[in-house]
Design a binder for this molecule. Structure first.
Ligand code: AMP
Ligand code: MG
Length: 290
């Protein structure tokens, strides 16, 4: 199967001209659920192997940013895509409403503190992009960020995009590969999933009354997400606008994109020099005789 075509059509490296309306949340690229699930199982295993090499080589880090509205499927992606990965080399960080300590710093600070180290895969479940999404939709949130008022101008979103781009370029130049996924769920499918959360006792804990209010701001969120992709899709940190109405498809696209990126890095197990090999051979001989 041509798994690489699977990611290309959703990958955006240059955001100019990007229009969300061109991307269908229900797209499944002709795949059916059964074959996609089989491919995902293989991909999870493949990702596990690649991650072991990434860890052993200890040079590159991989940062995976997941953005999307409530019930878009971010948690499920983490659970299913990373199922073959050794937990020792993988960190997950959810980004919630910022604490006072976090607000008392620049908006990238809390993300910088938890970036993946070399050899690790770091997953941001939401991220610094909330600063140009939820904060833009609810721009009264800016009033509580403690910023000097003279710095809060009409340019603030443009400035934040620039700062995010500079931050990601800096990461890329220092050996962190950045991949960003926008889980593009339709309004109809979100309604279905939120209703499920309310109706299913095992999912009720996930339901947040606030989600209903956010849903009413759907169009504002879509505008914020569209502008975000336009302004921050770059060669070194592309956005993937992933169809999210079929969870099995979302997961397969994301797994494939991560695999492709690590395959391009092509991490290798460290090899020993002739001298080191001789040294361990003699240690082996004495150990065997012990
Ligand atoms: P959840 O991911 O459903 O657990 O919810 C986390 C909530 O935190 C979401 O409603 C986010 O919009 C919110 N959140 C995350 N980052 C920020 C931020 N920088 N400013 C304000 N709210 C945020
Ligand atoms: Mg939520």
């Amino acid at each position: 199967l041509r798994q690489s075509d699977l990611t290309k059509r959703y990958r955006i490296k240059d955001g100019s001209g990007f229009t969300l309306a061109d991307f269908d949340p229900g797209d499944q690229d002709g795949l059916d659920k059964e074959s996609a699930k089989a491919l995902l199982a293989q991909s999870a295993e493949r990702l596990g192997e690649l991650q072991e090499r990434l860890y052993a080589e200890h040079q590159w880090a991989v940062l995976i940013v997941l953005q999307g509205l409530d019930a878009a499927g971010k948690d499920g992606v983490i659970e299913h895509v990373m199922s073959g990965v050794n937990p020792q080399g993988c960190d997950v960080h959810p980004f919630k409403v910022p604490s006072q300590l976090e607000l008392d710093h620049d908006f990238l600070w809390r993300a910088a503190l938890v970036l993946p180290r070399r050899g690790h895969i770091g997953i941001f479940n939401r991220s610094y992009y909330e600063e140009v999404v939820v904060v833009r939709v609810h721009n009264d949130l800016l009033d509580h960020q403690g910023l000097p008022p003279e710095l809060v101008t009409n340019n603030i979103w443009k400035e934040r995009y620039e700062d995010v781009n500079a931050f990601e370029r800096h990461l890329a130049r220092n050996g962190t590969a950045v991949l960003k996924f926008f889980l593009n769920v339709s309004k109809k499918e979100q309604q279905k999933r939120l209703l499920e959360r309310i109706d299913d006792p095992a999912k009720q804990w996930k339901f947040n009354a606030g989600d209903i209010g956010e849903r009413k701001l759907w169009d504002q969120y879509m505008t914020a997400y569209e502008d975000m992709v336009r302004a921050t899709a770059t060669e070194h940190a592309p956005w993937y606008v992933v169809p999210a109405d079929h969870k099995w498809f979302t997961r397969l696209v994301i797994a494939t994109a991560i695999i492709e990126r690590i395959e391009a890095i092509d991490p290798k197990f460290p090899t020993l020099s002739e001298e080191q090999l001789r040294a361990i051979a003699s240690l082996r001989a004495s150990l065997a005789q012990d």
